[in-house]
Every structure is written in C-alpha cells, then in structure tokens.
Design a protein around this ligand. Structure first.
Ligand SMILES: *[C@@H]1O[C@H](CO)[C@@H](O)[C@H](O)[C@H]1NC(C)=O
Ligand SMILES: *[C@@H]1O[C@H](CO)[C@@H](O)[C@H](O)[C@H]1NC(C)=O
Ligand SMILES: *[C@@H]1O[C@H](CO)[C@@H](O)[C@H](O)[C@H]1NC(C)=O
Ligand SMILES: *[C@@H]1O[C@H](CO)[C@@H](O)[C@H](O)[C@H]1NC(C)=O
Ligand SMILES: *[C@@H]1O[C@H](CO)[C@@H](O)[C@H](O)[C@H]1NC(C)=O
Ligand SMILES: *[C@@H]1O[C@H](CO)[C@@H](O)[C@H](O)[C@H]1NC(C)=O
Ligand SMILES: *[C@@H]1O[C@H](CO)[C@@H](O)[C@H](O)[C@H]1NC(C)=O
Ligand SMILES: *[C@@H]1O[C@H](CO)[C@@H](O)[C@H](O)[C@H]1NC(C)=O
Ligand SMILES: *[C@@H]1O[C@H](CO)[C@@H](O)[C@H](O)[C@H]1NC(C)=O
Ligand SMILES: *[C@@H]1O[C@H](CO)[C@@H](O)[C@H](O)[C@H]1NC(C)=O
Ligand SMILES: *[C@@H]1O[C@H](CO)[C@@H](O)[C@H](O)[C@H]1NC(C)=O
Length: 497
C-alpha cells in the first residue's frame, strides 16, 4: 500500500530541483533547454494576446518579436514571467502583447534564435462586429497516444480508438473554420499516471517515479496541442482533473493491491500546474486568474465560470472534503461571494445590442441524465436565468447530451424557438485514457439528444443576431452527429437592423 507518509518522503526527497526526465518519456526534449515548446495563445481583449510557452530552463526575460508579415517582425514585447513549481520539468513563460489591431493577422516568434519557427495568430473581433463565425469547444480532453487514449486500453479501461479513427486533436486540426478553442476544464488527465501504471498501461516505470511520469504525461499533452494552440487562442477553465487527482480506488489485479489513497503530485495540489501554465484575460474582465473571466468576440460575450471552488455563501465546492472547498483547493476569490458578485456584475454590464449572444461555460453540469452538480445549480442557475444567458456549456460527464432550454428543471415551452430560459448542452466526450461514461436511463425530461459511444467536440456557429447553431462533431470521421439551431427574436440596432 502506498501511504501518504511514503508520498511525503518522496516529495521531500525531490526538493525544488528540476528533475531529469524518466526513461519512458515520449516528451520531446530539445537539445537547447531555452528552445520554446508548448506554445499557446489566449485573447487579452480584442487588441491584445497572451503568448505563452515553456522552456526546460528559466528565462530571465521571455520575449516575443511580432509584426504584420513573417519577414518583418519589427515589434517586440517581453516580461519577467518565467514560473515553475516543485517537480515541474519546465518553466512557463508568459508575455502579453497589447496595442494590436482587432481582427488582424500577426506573425510572431518567441525569441530564441533567429532560426526558430514563426507562427501567426488573428486578434479578436470587437464587440458589435456582426460577421458570422465559428468556435470550437472541447471539455475533458486528455493525452492521446501510446500513454493516453489509443487503439489499445489498459486493464479496466474502455472505448479504445478504432484503427481508422481520427482522434479529437486531429479532428480539430482537420476542421479549420473555427476561430478559437474553448476548453472549460479537464486538460491532459496527467493525474491518471497512477491508474495507468496500476492497469499496466505504461511499461517500465514504477510508482516511485510518480512525479516524472505525471509531468511527462502533462508535457506530452501540451506538445500534442501545440500545432493548434500556437495558431489559435486556447481559452481554458478549471476542471476537477486540474486538482483532485482521480487515481485512487484502482486495483492492481496482478499484485492484488487496491490503491485507496489518491497520490496528488505538486502540479495538482490547489490547481498549481493550471495556475502556472495558463494566462487568461481576467485582468481585462475583472475576473480572477484562470478561474473566472469573460471576453467579447464579435457578436458574442463569453463567460468562463468556476464550478470547482468559490460557489459563494453557504456552499462548498462539489468535491468537498471536511468543509474545505472542492478538491481541497481554493478559495481563489478575495471573499466568499467574489465569483457570484463578479458574475452578476459581468452579466449586467453586457451590451446586448453589440453582443446579443451570451454563452457561459463551467466544467460540471447540473442538467444531465446522471450524476449532476446540485451545488452548481444552486450557485449559478439563478444568475444565468436572470440575465437570459443563451447557452450554458459543460462537460465532466464523458458523453454528449443536448438538453432543452430549462429553468429550475422546468422545460421552456418554446424549446429552441425563442426560449426565455438558457439552453444547456453537456459535451464531455473529447476523449482521454479512461474512455467514455454511460448514459443513465431513463433520460431526464429535458434531454433532447444523447450519445455515449462517440468521441467528439462541439462547433458553435453564430450566423447573426438571432440564429446560432450547435453541432456535435464525431472526431472519428468528422460526421455531424447532432445539429440544433437556437432562434432568439430580437433586434440588434448596432448591426443596422
Ligand atoms: C537576430 O536578428 C537580429 C536582426 O537581424 C539581430 O540583431 C540579432 O542579433 C539576431 N539574434 C540572434 C540570436 O541571432
Ligand atoms: C480500416 O481501413 C482499412 C483500409 O481501408 C480497412 O481495410 C479496414 O477494414 C478498416 N477497419 C475498420 C475497423 O474500419
Ligand atoms: C521495457 O523494458 C524492456 C526490458 O528492458 C524492453 O525490452 C522494452 O522494450 C521496454 N518497453 C518500452 C515500451 O520501453
Ligand atoms: C486479495 O487480498 C484480499 C485481502 O486483502 C484477500 O482476501 C484475497 O483473498 C486476495 N485475493 C487473491 C486472489 O489473492
Ligand atoms: C475528515 O474529518 C474526519 C474527522 O475529523 C477525519 O477522520 C478524516 O480523516 C478527515 N478526512 C480528510 C480527507 O481530511
Ligand atoms: C489555494 O491557493 C490560494 C491562493 O492561490 C490560497 O488562498 C488558498 O488558501 C489555497 N488553498 C489551499 C487549500 O491550500
Ligand atoms: C439531479 O439528480 C438527482 C438525483 O438523481 C435528481 O433527483 C434531480 O432531479 C437531478 N436534477 C436535475 C436538475 O436533473
Ligand atoms: C427561474 O425559476 C425560478 C424558480 O422558479 C424563478 O424564480 C425565476 O424567475 C425563473 N427565471 C426566469 C428567467 O424565468
Ligand atoms: C420535468 O421534470 C421536472 C422535475 O424533474 C418537473 O418539474 C417538470 O414539470 C417536468 N416537465 C417539464 C415539461 O418541464
Ligand atoms: C462516423 O463516426 C461515428 C462515431 O463513431 C459513427 O457513429 C458513424 O457511423 C461514422 N460515420 C461514418 C460515415 O463512418
Ligand atoms: C440569420 O441567420 C439565419 C440562419 O442562417 C437565417 O435563416 C436568417 O435569415 C438570418 N437573419 C437575418 C436577419 O439575416
């Protein structure tokens, strides 16, 4: 049995040094430890962009060159943000570029050497820009490949990829029409390192090597995402797998041992890795870290909220442990009601004549045919209903369920034809080592379409002020398994109608 005491000793012995990679790793380690890897973008308003990347050594002055063409990177931005945590193999470097033109293509290069790759991004569309566009959403997306979701599974896991299936990351890359990727929680699933070892899925490692295996899975995932995230903003939110180490309770059948205690690596305690790795536009929106924030992009106001901690007065997070917030983490707000007060303020400030669409995403669902988050419903549903949020997206449950517009469990009689209540869709089917979850029948009376056998992602298309379409895209082959259009009867004067 792996005791907490042994874990504590292991962690003590690690100190704060940067460790060597384990032999099993599929992480690409560049010859030069200053070479940028894991490049990722996030909107910082419509005239700014966060550019983040990792290096295997500390950078005293992370810097970026950028410009309007790849051979004229005449502008320069830098920061002193190169952060890490004990056991991490890398440093997270963050530079915010400001003063950009909206809706404009820029070329950029994290400065390493003049021969390093040049990337490009497009800045956000200002609120009130009525141009139709598409956004991609994934929730619960983990490492794909020989140490994650693959065509084979570990003992006890399910839903391997089919031999000819494209996976969700490939499917996202194949579909070029979307402008940014929204990922409201459960990113990488590196906490499954223990489960994967117990189920004999990762060869030639031991549990004592835990943190290197954990960090290896994490880094591999970020490497896999780089072709996408170096080119398009990756807007993330907190999920339980950023903090709760869901790896206890797994049985090693060969040795007849059940690991009852979860082993939480430093990167996971209190969202440490998540806090280090990402920079979301909370400064721009009055939010808090990567936990809650909002941003405008064309005709849409997007709100990322946090279902894991900070649910407000009288409520603890859904994975409460002895009165602490979810996952023994947080709080992150300056006071108990901070997130709820911010949501109220943010939503009441929206100019619906410019951003008629308000879309919110939080990790856990409360409308789902299965285990639901009643604390989340209590905390968030009233404010979303009050401000007539159009659509609320979630994941956490690893399947797809499109519901009707609903409030307080009452289905809107108009359904999608000009409803008063918010529309709810859960799509946690992006894919990770552990496969998919199973629908609980009978489906709830608000359920309209459900799948629990296909990996997939969501594509949102905003046609104009009155119509938006949600599609469930099967990652395996790009087929649209479900499509539904929401109609709202309203005028948008700033759009000229
Ligand atoms: C990169 O190119 C610039 C402009 O040509 C030059 O000033 C700089 O020294 C070069 N840097 C490196 C690391 O080669
Ligand atoms: C995968 O593709 C190959 C080549 O087209 C085909 O022979 C095989 O039957 C396919 N397998 C499945 C499970 O569809
Ligand atoms: C695991 O170790 C064995 C014995 O050294 C070796 O033959 C095998 O190739 C290794 N497997 C992997 C996946 O590295
Ligand atoms: C597994 O261990 C339990 C006690 O921990 C014991 O009762 C059981 O017989 C063992 N099973 C096998 C197959 O050894
Ligand atoms: C919760 O509190 C009980 C009673 O004080 C204690 O026995 C238990 O170990 C605590 N659990 C955790 C996970 O801290
Ligand atoms: C988590 O970190 C926040 C600061 O980011 C701190 O205020 C809070 O006390 C920490 N929570 C736990 C359980 O360590
Ligand atoms: C949440 O689950 C409970 C228990 O299954 C059920 O009674 C309740 O109706 C569900 N709530 C919603 C909003 O689906
Ligand atoms: C949603 O339901 C609650 C509880 O019945 C009610 O107080 C509230 O007014 C409803 N919201 C809307 C927008 O109808
Ligand atoms: C659906 O079930 C809920 C209780 O879970 C109930 O309040 C509601 O009236 C039912 N029907 C409709 C159409 O909302
Ligand atoms: C595409 O993949 C989905 C999900 O696996 C499957 O249901 C569907 O039949 C496939 N369609 C085609 C045309 O192969
Ligand atoms: C809005 O888009 C929908 C779907 O494409 C279309 O049917 C409708 O005519 C459009 N409305 C206006 C005012 O252009």
């Amino acid at each position: 049995m792996y005791s907490l005491f042994a874990l504590a000793n292991l962690l003590l012995s690690l100190g704060t040094g940067i460790a060597a990679l384990p032999s099993i790793s599929h992480v690409r380690v560049p010859d030069n430890s200053l070479e940028p890897v894991q490049i990722r973008l996030a909107y910082a308003g419509t005239t700014g962009m966060y550019i983040s990347w990792n290096t295997f050594s500390y950078l005293s002055n992370p810097s970026v060159r950028y410009g309007f063409s790849p051979d004229a990177l005449y502008f320069y931005a830098s920061s002193d943000t190169s952060v890490t945590y004990p056991t991490s193999l890398t440093y997270n470097n963050h530079v915010k570029i400001t003063g950009l033109e909206p809706n404009t293509v820029y070329y950029y290069q994290p400065i390493f050497s003049n021969s390093s790759a040049i990337y490009s991004f497009k800045t956000g569309r200002v609120a009130g820009d009525p141009t139709p566009y598409t956004t991609a959403v994934v929730v619960d997306l983990g490492l794909i490949g020989p140490e994650g979701l693959s065509t084979t599974v570990g003992k006890g896991a399910a839903n391997p990829l089919g031999p000819n299936d494209t996976n969700t990351i490939q499917s996202l890359m194949a579909s070029e029409d979307w402008e940014f990727l929204w990922h409201p929680g459960d990113i990488a699933y590196a906490d499954y390192w223990l489960k994967e070892e117990i189920q004999q899925y990762i060869p030639n490692t031991t549990i004592a090597e835990g943190y290197t295996v954990y960090e290896s899975l994490l880094n591999q995932f970020y490497d896999e995402m780089t072709p996408i995230t170096a080119a398009k903003p990756w807007m993330v939110g907190p999920g339980n797998h950023e903090a709760n180490c869901d790896n206890g309770g797994t049985t090693d059948k060969t040795n007849n041992i059940t690991y009852t205690v979860s082993i939480c690596m430093p990167g996971q305690t209190n969202f440490t890795g998540f806090i280090n790795h990402f920079r979301m536009p909370s400064e721009e929106s009055g939010g808090t870290g990567n936990f809650w924030y909002s941003f405008d992009h064309g005709m849409v106001h997007y709100v990322q909220f946090n279902t894991e901690t900070d649910l407000g007065d009288g409520l603890t997070g859904p994975d409460e442990v002895n009165g602490t917030d979810g996952e023994d983490s947080g709080p992150f707000g300056r006071f108990k009601q901070a997130q709820l007060d911010w949501l109220e303020y943010d939503l009441q400030s929206v100019d619906r004549s410019k951003t008629p669409w308000v879309i919110a995403a939080g990790h856990r669902p409360w409308y789902i045919s299965g285990a639901n988050c009643t604390e989340c419903q209590e905390a968030f549903e009233p404010v979303f209903a009050k401000y007539k949020v159009d659509l609320i997206l979630s994941g956490h449950v690893h399947l797809y369920e499109r519901n009707a517009p609903v409030n307080n469990s009452v289905v809107d009689p108009n359904e999608l034809n000009n409803p008063t209540f918010p529309w709810y869709i859960t799509n946690g089917a992006a894919g990770h080592y552990d496969g998919l979850d199973t629908l609980v029948y009978p489906l709830m009376n608000y359920s309209r379409k459900a799948f629990d056998t296909a990996y997939g992602w969501s594509r949102l298309t905003f046609h104009n002020c009155t119509h938006m379409t949600h599609e469930f895209v099967a990652s395996a082959n790009g087929t649209i398994l479900d499509t539904a259009t929401l109609y709202k009867d309203r005028t948008c004067s700033s759009f000229g109608w």
